[in-house]
Design a protein. Structure first.
Length: 572
C-alpha cells in the first residue's frame, strides 16, 4: 500500500511494519511531509498536470517527472525542514544513476528550481536514458496526475465562486457603512454617495509572507484594503494551484453577487435558477435601519419576475393535490359557502322589514317621560356582502426546500379553491433574495388574474431560491394591495423562519426592518398576518406582527390543512 495525495487528502498506509517503532513513526512522518510538499511546492499546479496528461508516452514521461520531483522536493525539505530531512536520510540510500541523470540532479536541487524546471528537463532525458528509472524510497509513494486533475478542476471552480461571493459580501459591508438619510437623500447626492452595483474590487500583489509566498491586497475606489483571513486563505489556495491569480479571476471581483446574470447558475445554497422569465420590473425601495433610527433611502433593488410554469403548466400538480385532499377540500368549500350565506340582522333602523321590540319599548318609555320618541324601531335583514382583498406572500427562501415547499404549494391550491368559492379578491407572490442589491419577488397570480391553468402551473413551479430579506417585499406588495378597491385588506405571509440575509440583515436588524414595514402598512389600513412553521417564531413574531397577528403551525404536514381555516377565521 503506497502513500499518495490527490492535493486535498493525504492517503497513507493503514500500518507501517518496522521492527523499531521509532523507525516506523519516522517513516510515517516522512511520507506525510513528502506528499504535503508535492502540493505546497508546486508539483501539482494545474498547468503542470495538464502538460503531463497531454504528453505521449505517458508512463515514461510521468516516471521521469516523478524522479525529478523526488530529488527536487528532498532538496527543498533539506533547506526548509532540516530536522525532518535528517530523519529521512536513513530511510533510503540514494541510488547510483547514469551520467544523463547526473547532469539534471544538480539542476533540480537548486533553490530556484520548480516543478516547471522538472517538466522542462523531461525532453532532455527522453532518448538518453536506458534501463529502469532510478528507484524510489519507501516514503516517495505513488504518483497519479489524472486523479489530481479531477480534484484541481473541481476545487478551482468552487474557489472561484467562493472568491466572488466573499468579495461581494465585502462590497455589501462597505455599502452598509454608507449613511444616506431621508433629509439628504436627493437624487444628486445619491449618485455621489451610493456605490454603483457594478463597482468592484481589483487585486494587487502584496509583500511575501514568512514562508516566501505571495500575498494579495484589495483595492476599491482608490483605497487599498487588507483582505479578511477567509479571503486570504482562498487566494493562497488558488495561487498554490495555478501559480498565479488569473485576470479572469480578478476582473470585476465582487461584481458577480450583484449582477443580474448570476441567475444563470447556482450561486449558493438553495439558490435555484430555473423557471424564470426576465425581470418584469426593477425599482428601488427604502430599508429601515434601527441602529440609526432612519431609512436608508433607495437602498434595496427589487426585481419582479413572473414564474414560468414550463412543463408544470398541464395542471397535474393541482389535480393530484385535489385528489389527495378530496375530503378536506369538500369540507373547506362548505365552510366558506356558509360565509357567503350569512345575513346580518340590523337593529334600530328607521325603516325595515319588522319591528324591533327592544327599540320600540325604549321609545315608548322615552315618550311617556316627555322625550321625543326615537323613530328607529325597525329591524332590517342585510345580506353580508364581502369586500376583501388579500395579498399572499410565499416564502421562497432556500430553507423551504423539500417538504416545506411541497406543503406551501398544496396549501395554496386548497386556499385558491376556497377563495374561488366566495369571490374574495386575492393575489399571490413569492419572495426571496440575496443582499439589498438583489431583492426578488415572483408573480404567481395578480389580483386581476383568474385561477386559470397558467396560475396553477406557476404554483406548481414554485421553487426554493436564496435568502429572506422581508422588509422590501412587504413594502412593494403592500403597495399593490393598497391600490385594491376593497374595504378590508389583508397581507398574509407564509414563512418558515425569521428574516435573514447576507451582511447586516440578520438578528435584530432584519426583525426591526420587517416590523417597521408592517407598521407602515397598518397606518394605511392594511392588516398583516403571518403563518409560520418556525418553532422559534414565538420569540420574534409578537414583536414583528403583534401578539394576535400570527399563527404557529408545529408540523409542516398540517400547513395545507390549517391555512384555509386560518383565513376563514380571519375574514369572518
Amino acid at each position: 500500500e503506497l502513500a499518495y495525495t490527490d492535493t486535498e487528502t493525504l492517503f497513507l498506509p493503514a500500518e507501517v511494519l518496522k521492527p523499531d517503532p521509532a523507525e516506523a513513526l519516522a517513516l510515517y512522518k516522512t511520507m506525510a511531509v513528502h506528499h504535503w510538499a508535492q502540493t505546497w511546492y508546486g508539483t501539482w499546479q494545474l498547468a503542470i498536470v495538464d502538460s503531463l496528461l497531454a504528453r505521449s508516452e505517458q508512463e515514461l514521461v510521468w516516471g521521469i517527472f516523478a524522479v525529478l520531483e523526488r530529488w527536487r522536493l528532498d532538496a527543498v525539505i533539506a533547506r526548509t525542514l532540516p530536522g525532518v530531512y535528517r530523519q529521512m536520510l536513513p530511510l533510503g540510500a540514494e541510488a547510483t544513476v547514469s551520467s544523463a541523470w547526473q547532469e539534471v540532479v544538480t539542476t533540480v536541487r537548486q533553490p530556484q528550481a520548480s516543478a516547471a524546471t522538472s517538466l522542462a528537463l523531461i525532453d532532455q532525458l527522453v532518448g538518453r536514458i536506458a534501463g529502469p528509472l532510478p528507484s524510489a524510497t519507501e516514503y516517495h509513494g505513488a504518483f497519479n496526475p489524472r486523479q489530481v486533475q479531477l480534484k484541481l478542476q473541481a476545487r478551482l471552480t468552487r474557489e472561484r465562486e467562493q472568491l466572488h461571493l466573499l468579495a461581494g459580501k465585502l462590497l455589501q459591508q462597505a455599502e452598509d457603512e454608507e449613511d444616506v438619510s431621508p433629509a439628504d437623500a436627493t437624487d444628486s447626492n445619491r449618485q455621489t454617495r451610493t456605490r454603483k452595483p457594478t463597482e468592484a474590487f481589483t487585486l494587487v500583489p502584496g509583500e511575501a509572507d514568512s514562508s516566501g509566498r505571495v500575498t494579495f491586497l484589495l483595492q476599491l475606489a482608490g483605497q487599498t484594503l487588507e483582505p479578511p483571513d477567509s479571503m486570504r486563505e482562498l487566494l493562497g489556495s488558488i495561487y498554490q494551484d495555478l501559480g498565479e491569480i488569473p485576470d479572469d479571476y480578478i476582473q470585476g471581483i465582487g461584481r458577480r453577487l450583484y449582477d443580474a446574470s448570476q441567475t444563470g447558475g447556482e450561486a449558493g445554497p438553495g439558490y435555484a435558477t430555473g423557471g424564470l422569465d426576465g425581470a418584469d420590473r426593477l425599482l428601488r425601495l427604502p430599508e429601515w435601519d434601527h441602529t440609526r433610527n432612519r431609512f436608508r433611502m433607495d437602498y434595496c433593488i427589487l426585481r419582479e419576475y413572473t414564474i414560468n410554469p414550463g412543463a408544470t403548466a398541464d395542471g397535474a400538480f393541482v389535480t393530484e393535490t385535489r385528489r389527495k385532499y378530496h375530503n378536506l377540500l369538500k369540507s373547506i368549500r362548505r365552510s366558506f359557502e356558509i360565509l357567503l350565506g350569512e345575513n346580518r340582522l340590523e337593529r334600530r333602523q328607521q325603516d325595515g322589514d319588522d319591528i324591533d321590540l327592544d327599540a320600540l319599548v325604549q321609545a315608548s318609555i322615552d315618550a311617556r317621560q316627555g322625550e321625543e320618541m326615537n323613530p328607529a324601531v325597525y329591524t332590517r335583514l342585510h345580506h353580508n356582502a364581502r369586500s376583501i382583498a388579500v395579498m399572499f406572500m410565499v416564502d421562497m427562501s432556500g430553507s423551504t426546500k423539500g417538504w416545506v415547499n411541497l406543503a406551501e404549494r398544496e396549501a395554496l391550491v386548497l386556499l385558491c379553491e376556497a377563495l374561488e368559492t366566495i369571490g374574495d379578491r386575492y393575489a399571490i407572490y413569492g419572495f426571496s433574495g440575496r443582499t439589498h442589491q438583489r431583492v426578488d419577488v415572483y408573480r404567481i397570480k395578480r389580483f386581476s388574474e383568474s385561477f386559470n391553468t397558467l396560475v396553477k402551473g406557476r404554483i406548481a413551479a414554485i421553487q426554493p431560491r436564496a435568502y429572506t430579506r422581508l422588509g422590501a417585499p412587504i413594502r412593494y406588495l403592500g403597495g399593490l394591495l393598497k391600490q385594491e378597491p376593497a374595504r378590508h385588506k389583508l397581507l398574509i405571509t407564509l414563512s418558515d423562519g425569521k428574516p435573514e440575509d447576507y451582511g447586516s440583515y440578520y438578528g435584530q436588524y432584519g426583525i426591526e426592518d420587517t416590523r417597521h414595514a408592517l407598521l407602515e402598512l397598518r397606518r394605511d389600513g392594511v392588516h398583516p398576518f403571518c403563518i409560520t412553521i418556525d418553532k422559534e417564531g414565538g420569540d420574534y413574531l409578537p414583536h414583528m406582527y403583534g401578539p394576535a397577528n400570527y399563527a404557529l403551525i408545529d408540523d409542516v404536514s398540517k400547513l395545507p390543512l390549517r391555512v384555509a381555516d386560518i383565513y376563514r377565521k380571519l375574514t369572518t
